[in-house]
Each structure stands twice: as structure tokens, then as C-alpha cells.
Design a binder for this molecule. Structure first.
Ligand SMILES: O=C(CO)[C@H](O)[C@H](O)COP(=O)(O)O
Length: 213
């Protein structure tokens, strides 16, 4: 299991220190939540702060866009060269076109599915995606309760990936902790995002290690 701590739960008063700490503690990716106050009822950080995060991080960035105008935000964040740039299928009329755009910028394209969206929504996009992010909370806030329907969706998605001989990874985000990590691994999940569980602990290394099942 790869672990991507979500910096939404970090102490923004000492953000550089927080980023260095999770990277030293052995995280695999640094997960960044970009919210525009329209697609979700919360507002987070823009490219100025994310560029400071990128300078502090020794692990690749995994940027999750929770925004209305995906193309505008892809153009804004692409210069920071994240490993993954993910956008919501619920908010995109031309997902195939946007996937190609992200790939042509040298970034791994990923799509996010809200808790109510079935894996079939992206069946014909699978081969073009490097990752699919399944939300296990409603997007917008950290520290919410895990919605277990993701344990049903992940195996369905995995089967679609295998059927198409694709290498697409499955990531799950929201309410992940040491109580549900084994069930997520059994369901075929490759990467977990964890905010409160990591940043709310007093030992980041222990918390990250406990998710690497
Ligand atoms: O995308 C998010 C919210 O929209 C966060 O990444 C997610 O909620 C992680 O936080 P936690 O592990 O505390 O649930």
C-alpha cells in the first residue's frame, strides 16, 4: 500500500516543517487538496502556496482538484509538475480531452469519483488514466467518517482495469485509518490518502507505517 498524507490536516502555520516531516517519515506522495468554494463548500490553497509545498517536498505531489473549471486549474497547477493531477468526473463535460491535455503536459492523469458515482462512469476512459481516486467521504473537508461503499466499488473497478489490461492504480481518500486499511487492501486499493489519521497522530512515521499493509 502506498500512503499519501493529505496536507489539508497539516498545521499551515508551520507548513514547510510538516511537509519535511511526512517525507522523512516515509510517505510515498504528498496529497494536495485544491478547493474553489464552488464545486465544494470550502476554499483551500492556490499555486503560490502549492509551489512552496513542492519546494519543501522530497516526494512527488498528488494534486486533487475539487473545482468547477478544471481546464483553468490544470493550466494553473501544471507548471508545478505534480506526479498526479486529478479532476472530478462529475464536473467535466469532456474528460477524454482533458486527460490527453494533462498527459501532454507530462503529468499522470487521474479521475476522481464521488461516493455516489459508479465505476461504470469511467469504463471507457480506464486505459487513458494512470490512477482513479475513489472518494470515501463527500469532498470538501478533512476528518469525516469513512463511507464504506468504496469497499464494494474498488473490486468492481479493479476488475474493469484487469479486463482492459490497464495499469491504472486505485486510490481511496477520506476517513482512512488503521481500522479500515486491511479491508481497503483486500478490496484491491493501491494508494490511500490520509489526513487526520496522520497529522492528528503524535508520531507521523508510526501512523504512515501502520497504513503500509
Ligand atoms: O479530499 C479530501 C477532502 O475533500 C481529503 O483529502 C480527505 O478528506 C482526507 O482527510 P481525512 O483523512 O481526514 O478524511
Amino acid at each position: 500500500m502506498l500512503v499519501a498524507p493529505s496536507i489539508l490536516s497539516a498545521d499551515f502555520g508551520k507548513l514547510r516543517e510538516e511537509i519535511v516531516s511526512i517525507c522523512t517519515a516515509g510517505c510515498d506522495l504528498v496529497h494536495v487538496d485544491v478547493m474553489d468554494g464552488h464545486f465544494v463548500p470550502n476554499l483551500t490553497i492556490g499555486p503560490v502556496v502549492v509551489s512552496a509545498v513542492a519546494r519543501a517536498a522530497t516526494k512527488p505531489l498528488d494534486i486533487h482538484l475539487m473545482v468547477e473549471n478544471n481546464t483553468f486549474f490544470v493550466d494553473l497547477f501544471a507548471p508545478l509538475k505534480p506526479k498526479y493531477l486529478s479532476f472530478h468526473i462529475e464536473e467535466e463535460k469532456h474528460p477524454h480531452r482533458l486527460i490527453q491535455k494533462i498527459r501532454n503536459l507530462g503529468i499522470s492523469p487521474a479521475i476522481v469519483l464521488n461516493p455516489h458515482t459508479p465505476p461504470s462512469a469511467i469504463e471507457y476512459l480506464i486505459e487513458d488514466l494512470d490512477m482513479v481516486l475513489l472518494m470515501s467521504v463527500n469532498p470538501g473537508f478533512g476528518g469525516q467518517k469513512f463511507i464504506p461503499n468504496v469497499l464494494e466499488k474498488a473490486p468492481i473497478l479493479k476488475e474493469m482495469i484487469l479486463k482492459r489490461n490497464a495499469k491504472t492504480l486505485i486510490e481511496v481518500d477520506g476517513g482512512v485509518n488503521n481500522q479500515n486499511i486491511q479491508a481497503l487492501a483486500n478490496a484491491g486499493v493501491d494508494i490511500v490518502v490520509a489526513g487526520n489519521y496522520v497529522f492528528g497522530s503524535n508520531d507521523y512515521k508510526n501512523a504512515i507505517d501502520s497504513l503500509k499493509v
